[in-house]
Design a protein around this ligand. Structure first.
Ligand code: SAH
Length: 218
C-alpha cells in the first residue's frame, strides 16, 4: 500500500530538477524532496499528478502546496538539524516531512479534525517519529512547546499572529504568507533580532488557502 517504486523515484528526480531550475539552491531542501514519496500524500486518483509542480486537493476543501512553494518557504527558513520547528497548517503532512527529513523536530497544527486524523495516521505509517501532530488553532501556536527556532505558516494569513511572534526564539525565523488583495499573499520572512525587535522582508507573491481561526469538526 505504501509502495515507492523506481518509476516514482524517477519522476521525483525530474521534479527536483524542475524546482532547482526555478531557483531553489538549498541542497538539503532538494534532497528532502528527492526522498519523500509525495504520491502517498495525495488521494490515489491523483497519482499521475503527484510529481508535477502543482498544488492539489487533499479533501476537506484543502490543498497540498505546490512543491516549489514548499521548497521556497523551507529555503527561507534555513532549517538546521535538531531545530524545533512549528508548522501551522499540517494539511497532507508533506511539508512537515520535508522539515523532518532535514533533521528538524517538527510540531505541526491542523484545525480540520478529519484531515488531522487522516494525516496523523499517514505520518505514523511512514514512521516520521520526529513529527508531533496537534489538532487546534494555529493562530495561538503551541505556547507549552515553544519557543521555536523556526515557524512556518502554510495558509494565507490576514495578519501575522502575535502569539507566533512571541513563540519565536531570538535569532529565529518566521515564514508566513500574508494577504494582499484578490486571494494573493505576499511571502513574508520575519527575523526576531531581540526581545522586542523584529526585521521583516518580502519575498514575492503566492497563493494559499486561507488561515481560519478556531477548530473545525468536519
Ligand atoms: N502544509 C500543508 C498544506 C496546507 S494547506 C501540506 O504540506 O500539505 C493549509 C492548511 O492549513 C489546511 O489544511 C487548513 O485546514 C489549515 N489551517 C487553516 N487555518 C488553520 C489554523 N488556524 N490552524 C491550523 N491549521 C489551519
Amino acid at each position: 500500500m505504501l509502495e515507492d517504486n523506481y518509476r516514482h523515484k524517477g519522476l521525483r528526480k525530474k521534479l527536483v530538477d524542475t524546482i532547482r531550475a526555478k531557483g531553489i539552491k538549498d541542497e538539503a531542501v532538494l534532497n528532502a524532496i528527492n526522498n519523500i514519496p509525495r504520491h502517498l500524500f495525495l488521494d490515489s486518483s491523483f497519482l499521475n499528478f503527484a510529481y508535477q509542480d502543482q498544488a492539489f486537493p487533499i479533501g476537506s476543501g484543502q490543498t497540498i502546496s505546490q512543491p516549489y512553494t514548499v521548497a521556497f518557504q523551507t529555503e527561507l527558513l534555513e532549517v538546521a538539524k535538531g531545530e524545533k520547528v512549528l508548522e501551522v497548517g499540517t494539511g497532507s503532512g508533506y511539508q512537515a516531512c520535508v522539515l523532518a527529513e532535514m533533521g528538524a523536530k517538527v510540531f505541526t497544527i491542523e484545525r480540520q479534525k478529519k484531515l488531522f486524523d487522516k494525516t496523523k495516521k499517514l505520518l505514523e505509517n511512514l514512521k516520521y517519529f520526529s513529527i508531533k501532530t496537534f489538532y487546534g488553532d494555529g493562530y495561538k501556536g503551541l505556547p507549552t512547546f515553544g519557543p521555536f527556532d523556526k515557524v512556518i505558516v502554510t495558509a494565507g494569513a490576514p495578519v501575522v499572529p502575535n502569539d507566533l511572534l512571541m513563540q519565536l526564539k531570538i535569532g529565529g525565523r518566521l515564514v508566513i504568507p500574508v494577504d494582499l488583495e484578490n486571494d494573493y499573499q505576499e511571502m513574508i520572512l520575519i527575523k526576531r533580532v531581540s526581545e522586542t525587535e523584529y526585521e521583516r522582508q518580502s519575498h514575492g507573491k503566492f497563493r494559499f488557502v486561507p488561515l481560519l481561526s478556531d477548530k473545525a469538526r468536519d
